[in-house]
Design a protein around this ligand. Structure first.
Ligand SMILES: Cc1cc2nc3c(=O)[nH]c(=O)nc-3n(C[C@H](O)[C@H](O)[C@H](O)COP(=O)(O)OP(=O)(O)OC[C@H]3O[C@@H](n4cnc5c(N)ncnc54)[C@H](O)[C@@H]3O)c2cc1C
Length: 434
Protein backbone atom coordinates (compact mmCIF):
# COMPACT_ATOMS: atom_id res chain seq x y z
CA UNK A 1 0.00 0.00 0.00
CA UNK A 2 2.76 2.40 1.02
CA UNK A 3 4.55 1.60 -2.20
CA UNK A 4 1.42 2.28 -4.24
CA UNK A 5 0.90 5.64 -2.57
CA UNK A 6 4.57 6.37 -3.14
CA UNK A 7 4.27 5.49 -6.82
CA UNK A 8 1.25 7.79 -7.20
CA UNK A 9 3.12 10.63 -5.52
CA UNK A 10 6.13 9.95 -7.65
CA UNK A 11 4.05 10.13 -10.79
CA UNK A 12 2.51 13.39 -9.61
CA UNK A 13 5.96 14.77 -9.04
CA UNK A 14 7.21 13.44 -12.33
CA UNK A 15 4.50 15.43 -14.01
CA UNK A 16 5.67 18.59 -12.34
CA UNK A 17 8.42 20.74 -13.82
CA UNK A 18 10.86 19.97 -11.10
CA UNK A 19 11.29 16.22 -11.23
CA UNK A 20 11.55 16.27 -14.99
CA UNK A 21 14.96 17.81 -14.51
CA UNK A 22 16.56 15.06 -12.53
CA UNK A 23 14.38 12.29 -13.97
CA UNK A 24 15.98 12.92 -17.33
CA UNK A 25 19.13 11.22 -16.06
CA UNK A 26 17.50 7.83 -15.74
CA UNK A 27 14.42 8.15 -17.93
CA UNK A 28 11.05 8.58 -16.28
CA UNK A 29 9.92 5.02 -16.89
CA UNK A 30 13.06 3.36 -15.59
CA UNK A 31 13.13 5.75 -12.66
CA UNK A 32 9.67 4.79 -11.45
CA UNK A 33 10.36 1.09 -12.09
CA UNK A 34 13.59 1.21 -10.17
CA UNK A 35 12.05 3.12 -7.31
CA UNK A 36 9.16 0.72 -6.84
CA UNK A 37 11.21 -2.44 -7.12
CA UNK A 38 14.50 -1.60 -5.49
CA UNK A 39 15.17 -3.95 -2.58
CA UNK A 40 16.53 -2.65 0.70
CA UNK A 41 20.10 -3.79 0.30
CA UNK A 42 23.32 -1.92 -0.26
CA UNK A 43 23.37 0.76 2.42
CA UNK A 44 21.51 0.63 5.72
CA UNK A 45 19.64 3.92 5.07
CA UNK A 46 18.45 2.92 1.64
CA UNK A 47 15.22 1.25 2.62
CA UNK A 48 12.33 2.57 0.62
CA UNK A 49 9.57 1.87 3.12
CA UNK A 50 9.21 3.02 6.71
CA UNK A 51 12.10 5.43 6.37
CA UNK A 52 12.12 8.13 9.03
CA UNK A 53 12.24 11.08 6.62
CA UNK A 54 12.62 9.80 3.07
CA UNK A 55 9.83 8.97 0.65
CA UNK A 56 9.99 7.27 -2.73
CA UNK A 57 10.77 10.66 -4.24
CA UNK A 58 13.83 11.12 -2.05
CA UNK A 59 15.13 7.75 -3.18
CA UNK A 60 14.37 8.56 -6.81
CA UNK A 61 16.27 11.82 -6.45
CA UNK A 62 19.23 10.03 -4.88
CA UNK A 63 19.30 7.39 -7.55
CA UNK A 64 19.24 9.96 -10.37
CA UNK A 65 22.06 11.88 -8.71
CA UNK A 66 24.07 8.70 -8.23
CA UNK A 67 23.84 8.02 -11.93
CA UNK A 68 25.06 11.53 -12.74
CA UNK A 69 27.95 11.19 -10.29
CA UNK A 70 29.00 7.85 -11.78
CA UNK A 71 28.91 9.29 -15.31
CA UNK A 72 30.11 12.84 -14.95
CA UNK A 73 32.17 13.12 -11.79
CA UNK A 74 33.73 9.97 -10.34
CA UNK A 75 35.66 8.96 -13.50
CA UNK A 76 37.59 12.27 -13.27
CA UNK A 77 38.09 12.67 -9.53
CA UNK A 78 41.63 11.26 -9.39
CA UNK A 79 42.70 13.64 -12.16
CA UNK A 80 41.12 16.66 -10.44
CA UNK A 81 42.61 15.69 -7.09
CA UNK A 82 46.04 15.57 -8.72
CA UNK A 83 45.45 18.92 -10.44
CA UNK A 84 44.30 20.57 -7.20
CA UNK A 85 41.09 21.91 -8.73
CA UNK A 86 38.03 20.80 -10.68
CA UNK A 87 36.04 22.55 -13.45
CA UNK A 88 33.33 24.07 -11.24
CA UNK A 89 31.49 25.84 -14.07
CA UNK A 90 31.22 22.67 -16.13
CA UNK A 91 30.13 20.43 -13.25
CA UNK A 92 27.75 22.98 -11.74
CA UNK A 93 26.09 23.44 -15.13
CA UNK A 94 25.46 19.70 -15.37
CA UNK A 95 24.12 19.60 -11.82
CA UNK A 96 22.11 22.81 -12.35
CA UNK A 97 20.48 21.55 -15.53
CA UNK A 98 19.36 18.48 -13.61
CA UNK A 99 17.99 20.56 -10.72
CA UNK A 100 20.38 19.37 -8.00
CA UNK A 101 21.69 22.80 -7.02
CA UNK A 102 18.39 24.09 -5.69
CA UNK A 103 16.17 21.25 -4.58
CA UNK A 104 14.82 23.20 -1.63
CA UNK A 105 14.94 26.62 -3.30
CA UNK A 106 11.87 28.42 -4.71
CA UNK A 107 10.60 27.26 -8.09
CA UNK A 108 10.40 30.85 -9.40
CA UNK A 109 14.19 31.10 -9.15
CA UNK A 110 14.91 27.75 -10.77
CA UNK A 111 14.68 25.58 -7.65
CA UNK A 112 12.59 22.46 -7.20
CA UNK A 113 10.57 23.93 -4.33
CA UNK A 114 10.97 20.83 -2.16
CA UNK A 115 11.60 20.86 1.58
CA UNK A 116 15.05 20.71 3.21
CA UNK A 117 14.90 16.94 3.67
CA UNK A 118 15.54 16.72 -0.09
CA UNK A 119 18.70 18.79 0.35
CA UNK A 120 19.76 16.33 3.03
CA UNK A 121 19.10 13.46 0.61
CA UNK A 122 21.18 15.19 -2.07
CA UNK A 123 23.98 15.88 0.44
CA UNK A 124 23.96 12.21 1.43
CA UNK A 125 24.22 11.08 -2.16
CA UNK A 126 26.98 13.59 -2.93
CA UNK A 127 28.92 11.59 -0.33
CA UNK A 128 29.26 8.90 -3.00
CA UNK A 129 31.64 11.19 -4.91
CA UNK A 130 35.00 9.61 -4.31
CA UNK A 131 36.58 12.62 -2.58
CA UNK A 132 35.51 15.29 -0.10
CA UNK A 133 36.54 18.39 -2.07
CA UNK A 134 33.94 18.31 -4.84
CA UNK A 135 30.93 17.68 -2.58
CA UNK A 136 32.13 20.54 -0.37
CA UNK A 137 32.35 22.87 -3.38
CA UNK A 138 28.83 21.84 -4.46
CA UNK A 139 27.53 22.28 -0.90
CA UNK A 140 28.91 25.82 -0.76
CA UNK A 141 26.93 26.60 -3.90
CA UNK A 142 23.67 24.93 -2.93
CA UNK A 143 23.46 25.16 0.86
CA UNK A 144 26.05 27.54 2.29
CA UNK A 145 26.28 30.67 0.13
CA UNK A 146 22.63 30.78 -0.97
CA UNK A 147 20.16 30.01 1.87
CA UNK A 148 20.08 33.60 3.22
CA UNK A 149 19.70 35.03 -0.28
CA UNK A 150 16.81 32.67 -1.00
CA UNK A 151 15.10 33.52 2.28
CA UNK A 152 15.73 37.24 2.67
CA UNK A 153 17.03 38.61 -0.65
CA UNK A 154 15.10 40.98 -2.89
CA UNK A 155 13.52 39.71 -6.08
CA UNK A 156 16.11 41.63 -8.11
CA UNK A 157 19.03 40.08 -6.21
CA UNK A 158 17.56 36.61 -6.48
CA UNK A 159 17.20 37.00 -10.24
CA UNK A 160 20.77 38.24 -10.57
CA UNK A 161 22.55 35.80 -8.22
CA UNK A 162 20.28 33.00 -6.96
CA UNK A 163 18.71 31.90 -10.22
CA UNK A 164 22.00 31.58 -12.14
CA UNK A 165 23.57 29.78 -9.17
CA UNK A 166 20.73 27.25 -9.05
CA UNK A 167 20.92 26.81 -12.83
CA UNK A 168 24.69 26.30 -12.61
CA UNK A 169 25.51 29.37 -14.70
CA UNK A 170 27.30 31.18 -11.87
CA UNK A 171 29.67 29.79 -9.25
CA UNK A 172 29.16 31.12 -5.72
CA UNK A 173 31.44 31.34 -2.72
CA UNK A 174 30.93 32.30 0.91
CA UNK A 175 33.12 35.02 2.44
CA UNK A 176 32.84 34.86 6.21
CA UNK A 177 36.24 33.80 7.60
CA UNK A 178 39.19 36.16 7.62
CA UNK A 179 42.87 35.89 8.51
CA UNK A 180 42.11 37.18 12.00
CA UNK A 181 38.57 35.85 12.48
CA UNK A 182 37.31 32.31 11.94
CA UNK A 183 35.66 30.85 15.02
CA UNK A 184 34.77 34.30 16.30
CA UNK A 185 32.66 35.51 13.38
CA UNK A 186 31.64 38.63 15.27
CA UNK A 187 35.23 39.96 15.12
CA UNK A 188 35.57 40.18 11.32
CA UNK A 189 37.22 43.39 10.10
CA UNK A 190 36.12 43.71 6.46
CA UNK A 191 34.28 46.97 6.16
CA UNK A 192 31.56 48.05 3.73
CA UNK A 193 31.23 51.80 4.11
CA UNK A 194 28.14 53.44 2.69
CA UNK A 195 28.93 56.26 0.25
CA UNK A 196 25.80 57.52 -1.49
CA UNK A 197 24.02 54.52 -2.94
CA UNK A 198 27.17 52.38 -2.95
CA UNK A 199 29.22 50.48 -0.39
CA UNK A 200 32.98 50.85 -0.57
CA UNK A 201 34.51 47.59 0.62
CA UNK A 202 37.97 47.15 2.12
CA UNK A 203 39.47 44.14 3.84
CA UNK A 204 39.90 40.50 2.92
CA UNK A 205 38.59 36.98 3.26
CA UNK A 206 40.47 33.78 4.00
CA UNK A 207 39.74 30.10 3.28
CA UNK A 208 37.21 30.90 0.57
CA UNK A 209 36.05 27.63 -1.02
CA UNK A 210 35.47 28.05 -4.81
CA UNK A 211 37.25 31.40 -4.39
CA UNK A 212 39.46 31.17 -7.48
CA UNK A 213 36.55 30.25 -9.76
CA UNK A 214 33.60 32.08 -8.23
CA UNK A 215 31.49 34.64 -10.08
CA UNK A 216 30.07 36.11 -6.87
CA UNK A 217 30.57 36.01 -3.15
CA UNK A 218 28.04 36.03 -0.34
CA UNK A 219 30.11 38.45 1.71
CA UNK A 220 29.77 39.18 5.41
CA UNK A 221 31.05 42.69 6.16
CA UNK A 222 30.70 45.38 8.80
CA UNK A 223 28.35 48.04 7.53
CA UNK A 224 28.40 50.21 10.67
CA UNK A 225 30.32 50.75 13.89
CA UNK A 226 27.50 49.39 16.05
CA UNK A 227 27.65 46.34 18.37
CA UNK A 228 29.27 43.30 16.65
CA UNK A 229 26.04 41.30 16.33
CA UNK A 230 24.12 44.21 14.80
CA UNK A 231 26.67 45.93 12.56
CA UNK A 232 27.07 43.28 9.87
CA UNK A 233 25.41 42.70 6.54
CA UNK A 234 25.46 39.99 3.92
CA UNK A 235 26.20 41.45 0.49
CA UNK A 236 26.13 39.85 -2.98
CA UNK A 237 29.52 40.79 -4.37
CA UNK A 238 30.39 40.13 -8.02
CA UNK A 239 33.96 38.83 -8.09
CA UNK A 240 34.84 40.66 -11.32
CA UNK A 241 34.54 44.14 -9.79
CA UNK A 242 37.63 46.37 -9.82
CA UNK A 243 39.49 45.99 -6.52
CA UNK A 244 38.62 42.32 -5.91
CA UNK A 245 41.87 40.43 -5.92
CA UNK A 246 42.19 36.65 -5.57
CA UNK A 247 45.58 36.75 -3.88
CA UNK A 248 46.40 33.06 -3.82
CA UNK A 249 45.16 29.51 -3.92
CA UNK A 250 45.91 27.87 -0.59
CA UNK A 251 47.80 24.56 -0.51
CA UNK A 252 46.01 22.14 1.80
CA UNK A 253 46.37 18.83 3.65
CA UNK A 254 43.19 17.46 2.05
CA UNK A 255 40.19 18.44 -0.08
CA UNK A 256 42.70 18.79 -2.92
CA UNK A 257 40.23 19.11 -5.79
CA UNK A 258 38.48 22.03 -4.08
CA UNK A 259 40.14 25.39 -4.59
CA UNK A 260 40.51 27.51 -1.45
CA UNK A 261 41.43 31.17 -1.87
CA UNK A 262 42.54 34.22 0.00
CA UNK A 263 40.77 37.29 -1.38
CA UNK A 264 41.48 41.00 -0.86
CA UNK A 265 39.14 43.97 -1.34
CA UNK A 266 40.59 47.35 -2.16
CA UNK A 267 37.97 50.11 -2.49
CA UNK A 268 35.50 47.75 -4.14
CA UNK A 269 32.31 49.60 -5.04
CA UNK A 270 29.07 47.69 -4.96
CA UNK A 271 25.49 49.08 -5.07
CA UNK A 272 23.73 49.20 -1.69
CA UNK A 273 20.83 47.28 -3.22
CA UNK A 274 23.15 44.23 -3.19
CA UNK A 275 22.62 43.85 0.54
CA UNK A 276 20.66 40.71 1.42
CA UNK A 277 17.54 41.54 3.42
CA UNK A 278 17.98 44.23 6.04
CA UNK A 279 21.25 46.06 6.60
CA UNK A 280 22.67 45.13 10.02
CA UNK A 281 21.03 41.69 10.06
CA UNK A 282 23.94 39.87 8.41
CA UNK A 283 25.22 38.18 11.56
CA UNK A 284 21.77 36.80 12.36
CA UNK A 285 21.22 35.65 8.76
CA UNK A 286 24.64 33.97 8.73
CA UNK A 287 23.89 32.12 11.97
CA UNK A 288 20.64 30.88 10.41
CA UNK A 289 22.50 29.95 7.24
CA UNK A 290 24.94 27.91 9.36
CA UNK A 291 22.12 25.56 10.45
CA UNK A 292 21.61 24.31 6.91
CA UNK A 293 25.35 24.25 6.29
CA UNK A 294 25.91 22.06 9.34
CA UNK A 295 23.11 19.61 8.62
CA UNK A 296 24.33 19.41 5.03
CA UNK A 297 27.88 18.63 6.19
CA UNK A 298 26.67 15.85 8.49
CA UNK A 299 24.52 14.25 5.78
CA UNK A 300 27.38 14.44 3.32
CA UNK A 301 29.95 12.67 5.51
CA UNK A 302 27.65 9.82 6.58
CA UNK A 303 27.63 8.14 3.15
CA UNK A 304 31.42 8.22 2.98
CA UNK A 305 31.62 6.78 6.49
CA UNK A 306 29.43 3.87 5.38
CA UNK A 307 31.49 3.21 2.30
CA UNK A 308 34.83 3.43 4.13
CA UNK A 309 33.60 0.80 6.60
CA UNK A 310 32.42 -1.38 3.70
CA UNK A 311 35.75 -0.94 1.85
CA UNK A 312 37.60 -1.89 5.02
CA UNK A 313 35.48 -5.00 5.50
CA UNK A 314 36.20 -6.06 1.93
CA UNK A 315 39.91 -5.40 2.18
CA UNK A 316 40.39 -7.08 5.55
CA UNK A 317 38.33 -10.08 4.49
CA UNK A 318 40.71 -10.89 1.64
CA UNK A 319 43.98 -9.84 3.34
CA UNK A 320 45.40 -12.69 5.42
CA UNK A 321 47.67 -12.39 8.44
CA UNK A 322 48.66 -15.23 10.73
CA UNK A 323 46.77 -17.66 8.47
CA UNK A 324 43.40 -15.94 8.67
CA UNK A 325 41.75 -12.84 7.25
CA UNK A 326 42.56 -9.61 9.11
CA UNK A 327 38.80 -9.22 9.58
CA UNK A 328 38.52 -12.43 11.61
CA UNK A 329 40.59 -11.02 14.42
CA UNK A 330 38.08 -10.01 17.03
CA UNK A 331 39.62 -6.63 17.65
CA UNK A 332 39.01 -5.82 13.97
CA UNK A 333 35.40 -6.93 13.50
CA UNK A 334 34.41 -5.64 16.93
CA UNK A 335 35.92 -2.24 16.15
CA UNK A 336 34.10 -2.06 12.82
CA UNK A 337 30.86 -2.95 14.59
CA UNK A 338 31.45 -0.16 17.11
CA UNK A 339 32.11 2.34 14.35
CA UNK A 340 29.00 1.32 12.38
CA UNK A 341 26.96 1.69 15.59
CA UNK A 342 28.26 5.23 15.98
CA UNK A 343 27.38 6.00 12.35
CA UNK A 344 23.82 4.75 12.93
CA UNK A 345 23.50 6.96 16.03
CA UNK A 346 24.69 9.95 14.01
CA UNK A 347 22.27 9.14 11.20
CA UNK A 348 19.37 9.05 13.67
CA UNK A 349 20.39 12.42 15.09
CA UNK A 350 20.60 13.89 11.59
CA UNK A 351 17.16 12.60 10.59
CA UNK A 352 15.61 13.79 13.85
CA UNK A 353 17.09 17.27 13.44
CA UNK A 354 15.98 17.38 9.79
CA UNK A 355 12.44 16.22 10.59
CA UNK A 356 12.12 18.94 13.22
CA UNK A 357 13.69 21.57 10.95
CA UNK A 358 11.29 21.01 8.07
CA UNK A 359 8.42 21.44 10.53
CA UNK A 360 9.76 24.92 11.28
CA UNK A 361 11.53 24.24 14.60
CA UNK A 362 14.78 25.83 15.72
CA UNK A 363 17.25 22.94 15.60
CA UNK A 364 20.38 24.90 16.47
CA UNK A 365 21.15 22.62 19.41
CA UNK A 366 20.60 19.35 17.55
CA UNK A 367 22.39 20.56 14.41
CA UNK A 368 25.37 21.61 16.54
CA UNK A 369 25.38 18.25 18.31
CA UNK A 370 25.22 16.42 14.99
CA UNK A 371 28.07 18.53 13.55
CA UNK A 372 30.19 17.95 16.67
CA UNK A 373 29.56 14.21 16.59
CA UNK A 374 30.19 14.00 12.84
CA UNK A 375 33.57 15.76 13.10
CA UNK A 376 34.73 13.60 15.97
CA UNK A 377 33.45 10.37 14.46
CA UNK A 378 35.06 11.16 11.10
CA UNK A 379 38.40 11.44 12.85
CA UNK A 380 37.86 8.24 14.84
CA UNK A 381 36.54 6.27 11.90
CA UNK A 382 39.12 7.37 9.34
CA UNK A 383 41.96 6.67 11.75
CA UNK A 384 40.47 3.37 12.98
CA UNK A 385 39.78 2.00 9.49
CA UNK A 386 43.09 3.20 8.05
CA UNK A 387 44.90 1.21 10.73
CA UNK A 388 43.41 -2.07 9.45
CA UNK A 389 44.77 -1.41 5.94
CA UNK A 390 48.35 -1.53 7.22
CA UNK A 391 50.88 0.00 4.82
CA UNK A 392 48.24 0.17 2.08
CA UNK A 393 46.32 2.63 4.24
CA UNK A 394 49.35 4.88 4.28
CA UNK A 395 49.45 5.15 0.47
CA UNK A 396 47.66 7.93 -1.37
CA UNK A 397 45.90 5.43 -3.62
CA UNK A 398 43.19 4.13 -1.33
CA UNK A 399 39.91 5.87 -0.42
CA UNK A 400 40.56 5.49 3.30
CA UNK A 401 43.67 7.68 3.19
CA UNK A 402 41.85 10.33 1.12
CA UNK A 403 39.01 10.27 3.66
CA UNK A 404 41.55 10.55 6.50
CA UNK A 405 42.94 13.75 4.93
CA UNK A 406 39.67 15.24 3.72
CA UNK A 407 37.47 14.57 6.72
CA UNK A 408 39.87 16.18 9.20
CA UNK A 409 38.35 19.49 8.13
CA UNK A 410 34.96 18.64 9.61
CA UNK A 411 36.10 19.33 13.18
CA UNK A 412 37.48 22.73 12.10
CA UNK A 413 35.38 24.22 9.27
CA UNK A 414 31.84 25.61 9.53
CA UNK A 415 32.38 26.06 13.26
CA UNK A 416 35.06 24.07 15.10
CA UNK A 417 34.12 21.37 17.63
CA UNK A 418 34.68 23.83 20.44
CA UNK A 419 32.32 26.34 18.83
CA UNK A 420 29.67 23.59 18.63
CA UNK A 421 30.27 22.80 22.32
CA UNK A 422 29.83 26.48 23.16
CA UNK A 423 26.45 26.57 21.36
CA UNK A 424 25.28 23.36 23.03
CA UNK A 425 26.33 24.73 26.44
CA UNK A 426 24.41 27.92 25.73
CA UNK A 427 21.27 25.86 25.14
CA UNK A 428 22.02 23.80 28.27
CA UNK A 429 22.46 27.07 30.20
CA UNK A 430 25.79 25.93 31.60
CA UNK A 431 28.03 28.76 30.43
CA UNK A 432 29.62 30.90 33.16
CA UNK A 433 27.35 33.83 33.99
CA UNK A 434 28.72 37.32 33.39
C1 LIG B 1 39.54 23.89 3.49
C2 LIG B 1 38.76 24.97 4.16
C3 LIG B 1 37.67 25.52 3.53
C4 LIG B 1 36.97 26.57 4.12
N1 LIG B 1 35.95 27.18 3.43
C5 LIG B 1 35.42 28.33 3.92
C6 LIG B 1 34.52 29.10 3.16
O1 LIG B 1 34.15 28.73 2.04
N2 LIG B 1 34.06 30.27 3.66
C7 LIG B 1 34.43 30.71 4.89
O2 LIG B 1 33.96 31.77 5.30
N3 LIG B 1 35.27 30.00 5.67
C8 LIG B 1 35.79 28.83 5.20
N4 LIG B 1 36.69 28.12 5.96
C9 LIG B 1 37.08 28.63 7.26
C10 LIG B 1 36.64 27.80 8.44
O3 LIG B 1 35.26 27.92 8.64
C11 LIG B 1 37.49 28.24 9.62
O4 LIG B 1 38.77 27.69 9.42
C12 LIG B 1 36.93 27.84 10.95
O5 LIG B 1 35.78 28.59 11.23
C13 LIG B 1 37.95 28.03 12.08
O6 LIG B 1 38.46 29.32 12.07
P1 LIG B 1 40.05 29.56 12.12
O7 LIG B 1 40.67 28.70 11.08
O8 LIG B 1 40.30 31.00 12.03
O9 LIG B 1 40.49 28.99 13.51
P2 LIG B 1 40.51 29.85 14.91
O10 LIG B 1 39.29 30.67 15.00
O11 LIG B 1 41.82 30.52 15.02
O12 LIG B 1 40.41 28.67 15.95
C14 LIG B 1 41.53 27.81 16.21
C15 LIG B 1 41.08 26.72 17.15
O13 LIG B 1 40.66 27.27 18.38
C16 LIG B 1 39.77 26.37 19.02
N5 LIG B 1 38.58 27.11 19.48
C17 LIG B 1 37.71 27.82 18.75
N6 LIG B 1 36.75 28.33 19.53
C18 LIG B 1 37.02 27.93 20.80
C19 LIG B 1 36.39 28.11 22.05
N7 LIG B 1 35.26 28.83 22.17
N8 LIG B 1 36.95 27.53 23.15
C20 LIG B 1 38.08 26.81 23.03
N9 LIG B 1 38.72 26.58 21.87
C21 LIG B 1 38.20 27.15 20.77
C22 LIG B 1 39.38 25.33 17.97
O14 LIG B 1 40.07 24.13 18.24
C23 LIG B 1 39.86 25.94 16.68
O15 LIG B 1 40.16 24.96 15.70
C24 LIG B 1 37.36 27.03 5.40
C25 LIG B 1 38.45 26.45 6.05
C26 LIG B 1 39.17 25.46 5.45
C27 LIG B 1 40.38 24.91 6.16
Amino acid sequence: MALRIGAVRLNLLLNSRCLHKFASFVGVRSLSEKVSSKPATSRPSDTTSDHLIYTQEHFALKEALRKLIDQEINPYVDKWEAEGTFPAHKIFKILGNAGFLGVSKPVEYGGLGLDFSYSVAVAEELGSISCGGIPMAIGVQSDMATPALARFGSDELKKEFLLPSIMGDKVACLGVSEVGAGSDVSSIMTKAERKGDEYVINGGKMWTTNGTQADWMCLLANTSDGPPHKNKSLICLPMNLPGVQVARKIDKMGMWSSDTAEVFFDDVRVPCKNVIGEEGMGFTYQMLQFQEERLWAVANVITTMDSIIQDTIQYTRQRKIFKQPVLYHQTVHFRLAELQTEVEALRSLLYRATALYIKGNDVTKLASMAKLKAGRLARELSDGCLQFWGGMGYTSDVPVSRFYRDSRLLSIGAGADEVMLGIICKYMDTLPRK
